[in-house]
Design a protein. Structure first.
Ligand code: ASP
Length: 347
C-alpha cells in the first residue's frame, strides 16, 4: 500500500469564515479530512498529514516557507511514496516553481494543490483536488514537482494562476498538461520528465549523485520590472545598486522594450557592471522571448541581459533564488539561467 504525506501549509482549502473574512484555523482541517469517506477508501493511498504552524494565507509564503516545505519533504523522503502540498492558490505557482529547483534529484511525486472554495463551503472544489492529487501521487507515474487543479496535472514550474474566480484557476501555456483527470486519469507520456534527464547536466549543478538533495534558498534581493508604454526608466535608477542580485524584466512580445527616454539601456548596463543578472521574460503568457529578433530587443543582449525564453515570471524568480543560493559566479548564473534545469524552459 502506497503512503503519501500531506503537507498542509494553509490557503483557502482549509479556511473557515471569520468576521474578518476567510482564515485558517489550527487543528480543524485534519479533523475535516478524516471525516471524508472517499479519502479512507482502499483505492486511495494511505496518507498522513503534517500541519504547518502558523497556517498561512499564501500571500505570506516566501523563501523561509519554501525552505520549510523543502525540509519537511527531505526529512520524510524515505518514509513516503509521495507528497501532496496543500497551499493557497495565490502564490502556489511560485512555490511549486521554487520547490522544483530546491529538490535536486527528486524521484517521487510532489503535488501542489488547493481550492477556490473552502472545503467547509457548498460547491467546494477541495474534495476532488485533494482526492485526485492523492491518487496521482500514489500512482507515482509523475515524479517531479507538479500542480494539480480542476482536472489537470501541470508541471509546477510551468504553471501560473490564470483566474481569481474560476475553478480552472491554473494554466501552463507553454507546456502540455502532464495528465488529464476525466473519467480516467490519462498521462501524457511525452510531456512527463524523468529523473534521469537531470543527469545530462554537467558542472556544479549536475553532481548530486542520484540522491535527493535539498538546496535551501537565501533571501536574495531580486526585482521584477514590468515594461509598459510610457515607462520612465529613470525612476528605477536608484534601485539599480550593486545590492540587487537579479531582475526579471517583463518585456513586450518576444523581448522588446521601448526606447522611451533612452534611460533603460544605460541603466541595464549599470546593473550589469554592478553584477546584477537581468533576465528577459515576456508579458505574453504563451510563446518565447527571442532576443535580437527585433531592433527593439537587440540592444538588451549587448547590455548583458540573458533570455528567459518561455519561462514564466514565477519560474524565473524561483530560478534566480536557486542559482544565487548555490554560490555560483555571475557568469555561471547567467549560463544556467538559459539552460533547462527542471523542464522550466524550451529553447
Ligand atoms: N488567499 C488564498 C491563498 O492564497 C487564496 C486561495 O487559497 O485560493 O492563500
Amino acid at each position: 500500500m502506497k503512503k503519501i504525506c500531506i503537507i498542509y501549509t494553509g490557503g483557502t482549502i482549509g479556511m473557515v469564515p471569520t468576521e474578518r473574512g476567510y482564515a485558517p484555523r489550527k487543528g480543524y482541517f485534519s479533523q475535516a479530512l478524516a471525516e471524508i469517506d472517499e479519502l479512507q477508501k482502499p483505492e486511495v493511498p494511505d496518507w498522513e498529514m503534517v500541519e504547518f504552524d502558523p497556517l498561512l494565507d499564501s500571500s505570506n509564503v516566501a523563501v523561509n516557507e519554501w525552505n520549510r516545505i523543502g525540509r519537511t519533504i527531505r526529512d520524510r523522503y524515505d518514509d513516503y511514496d509521495g507528497f501532496v502540498v496543500l497551499h493557497g492558490t495565490d502564490t502556489m505557482a511560485y512555490s511549486a516553481s521554487a520547490l522544483s529547483f530546491m529538490l535536486d534529484g527528486l524521484d517521487k511525486p510532489v503535488i501542489f494543490t488547493g481550492s477556490q472554495i473552502p472545503l467547509c463551503m457548498l460547491r467546494s472544489d477541495a474534495r476532488d483536488n485533494i482526492l485526485t492529487s492523492l491518487m496521482i501521487a500514489g500512482e507515482g507515474k509523475v515524479r517531479e514537482v507538479c500542480l494539480y487543479f480542476a482536472g489537470k496535472l501541470l508541471r509546477g514550474n510551468r504553471s501560473t494562476k490564470s483566474s481569481a474566480d474560476r475553478f480552472v484557476a491554473f494554466d501552463s501555456p507553454n507546456c502540455a498538461p502532464l495528465a488529464n483527470a476525466g473519467i480516467d486519469i490519462t498521462y501524457e507520456e511525452g510531456a512527463i520528465r524523468h529523473f534521469r534527464s537531470d543527469r545530462k547536466l554537467r558542472g556544479p549543478l549536475g553532481m548530486f549523485g542520484g540522491r535527493l538533495r535539498l538546496s535551501e534558498f537565501q533571501n536574495t534581493p531580486i526585482g521584477v520590472i514590468k515594461v509598459f508604454p510610457g515607462i520612465q526608466f529613470r525612476l528605477f535608477e536608484q534601485v539599480m545598486t550593486d545590492s540587487l542580485s537579479g531582475i526579471v524584466l517583463e518585456t513586450f512580445g518576444a523581448g522588446n522594450i521601448p526606447e522611451a527616454d533612452g534611460a533603460l539601456l544605460p541603466m541595464i548596463r549599470k546593473a550589469y557592471e554592478n553584477g546584477t543578472v537581468i533576465v528577459v521574460c515576456s508579458q505574453c503568457p504563451q510563446g518565447t522571448v527571442h532576443l535580437g529578433a527585433y531592433e527593439a530587443s537587440a540592444a538588451l543582449v549587448g547590455a548583458g541581459a540573458v533570455s528567459g525564453y518561455d519561462m514564466t515570471t514565477e519560474a524565473a524568480i524561483a530560478k534566480l533564488y536557486y542559482l544565487f543560493s548555490q554560490g555560483l559566479s555571475r557568469d555561471d548564473i547567467k549560463h544556467y539561467m538559459e539552460i533547462d534545469l527542471r523542464g522550466e524552459l524550451t529553447k
